[in-house]
Design a protein around this ligand. Structure first.
Ligand code: NAP
Ligand code: MG
Length: 403
């Protein structure tokens, strides 16, 4: 078989722990035999990030901007425990946070639905796509522990040196403070990405924030969305028969639980982080959620929504057989290859991506799956496969389909 050629390299961002193990098996078994894979490789494993003082993450994000399509493995976001475990020079920032703030844009997360894995929420008939704003808020915060009595203020100094001040708190006992920001530019591009994505998908757009409590900050999000909708999208939405509506985030959460699905849910950065984990597990498994960062200039970064599956990795290191689900990581690769195929006009590459995704779904629907799905499937007599055996079963289906 001749391998499918590529024209532009994918930016490949390797990662950590169990997902790093899966990454290699996916490449060896599902990609390299079929595609003349060209990648520019960046090792975002924690060891390498520490060695390079995290410069590798910045280089990888810049490469994504240069080439336009990246695929990323899950990575450890270090904390104090990780600092000790890996003897880090410091507690480096979240690589996803760094990449998102360089690329800007919106993360769209959509569950992969298969027959036999039914959502926990019985009213959900169609997937719900989360659109997560990828810039600012608590992910770019500055924080301080206040260890003594004193006054904390919010101070803004303009270019002429004029100051605006607000009292945060008069501290009499120890406590904490935090400063966060966002930019009109970023919020507007978030809004436009969401409206465009809804038009592409032909689905309604819901947006929720907490403007009743956050009267300047969240209110700004609400106003910019409303303004951009009125001026740029309203007519096209009406023509497409879809709608946009805003309500409080807690009201949205209540409505989501009673909905049928089939819409886009725009979330501020933190809400999107939390709610996408809720949605993915309620749709079946954390490992069945795809994730793509779309920046305002149309650059893409594909990844799985879950983490590095640390507990499985420790079992893997102890020589035990794992049954870790590789589906979202495979879909990160297929998403990136399909996009590369579209941008570079290589229809065989996009068709290969479709075939790979179909092979994954057919494998699960034939009853072969990893433990997370085997535990919840409504299919009779599911066969639980190991991490490697599942990928090999997908390879078999893929070879049959391509033959
Ligand atoms: P996690 O890796 O998402 O795993 C949490 C649990 O969810 C697992 O223990 C497992 O449950 C289940 N799970 C997740 N993915 C699975 C898969 N592919 N197959 C089967 N089960 C899966 O989250 P975490 O343990 O909280 O975080 C581990 C590390 O990942 C952390 O260092 C965190 O910083 C990092 N992280 C990275 C990203 C990213 O790079 N995008 C996102 C989130 C977290 P059972 O143990 O019950 O089987
Ligand atoms: Mg999260």
């Amino acid at each position: 078989m001749t391998k499918i050629p590529m024209k532009t390299p994918l930016v490949e961002m390797d990662g950590d722990e169990m997902t790093r193990v899966l990454w290699q098996i996916i490449k060896d078994e599902l990609l390299l035999p079929f595609v003349d894979l060209e990648t520019e490789y960046y090792d975002l494993g924690l060891k390498k990030r520490d060695e390079t003082d995290d410069q590798i993450t910045i280089e990888a994000a810049n490469a994504a901007l240069k080439y336009g399509v990246a695929v990323k493995c899950a990575t450890i976001t270090p904390n104090e425990a990780r600092k000790a475990e890996y003897q880090l020079k410091q507690v480096w920032k979240s690589p996803n946070g760094t990449i998102r703030s360089i690329m800007d844009g919106t993360v769209f997360r959509k569950p992969i639905q298969v027959r036999g894995i039914d959502p926990n929420v019985t009213s959900w008939k169609k997937p719900i796509t989360i659109a997560r704003h990828a810039y600012g808020d608590v992910y770019r915060n500055v924080e301080m522990y206040i260890d003594r009595p004193g006054k904390a203020e919010l101070v803004f100094t303009d270019a002429e040196g004029n100051e605006r001040r607000k009292l945060i708190q008069e501290f009499r006992t120890p406590g904490v403070i935090q400063g966060t920001h966002n930019l009109d530019r970023s919020i507007s591009s978030f809004a436009r990405s969401c409206f465009n994505y809804a038009l592409d998908a032909g689905e309604d757009l819901w947006f929720g924030a907490k403007d009743t409590i956050s009267k300047s900050y969240d209110h700004r999000f609400k106003d910019l969305f409303a303004e951009i909708y009125e001026n740029e999208f309203k007519e096209r939405f009406e023509a497409a028969g879809i709608s946009y509506f805003y309500t409080l985030i807690d009201d949205i959460v209540a409505r989501v639980m009673k909905s049928e699905g089939g819409f886009i849910w725009a979330c501020k950065n933190y809400d999107g982080d939390v709610m996408s984990d809720m949605l993915s597990s309620a749709f079946g498994s954390l490992a069945m959620m795809t994730s793509v960062l779309v920046n305002p200039e149309g650059k893409y970064e594909y990844e799985a929504a879950h983490g590095t599956v640390q507990k499985h990795y420790y079992r893997h290191l102890a020589g035990e057989e794992t049954s870790t689900n590789s589906v979202a990581t495979i879909f990160a690769w297929s998403g990136a290859l399909r996009k590369r195929g579209q941008l570079d006009d290589i229809p065989e590459l996009s068709a290969f991506a479709d075939a790979l995704e179909k092979a994954v779904i057919d494998t699960i629907e034939s009853g072969k799956m990893t433990g997370d799905l085997a535990r919840i499937t409504t299919l009779e007599h599911p066969v639980q496969l190991s991490s490697r055996a599942f990928i090999l079963a997908v390879r078999k289906k893929l070879e049959e389909a391509l033959a």
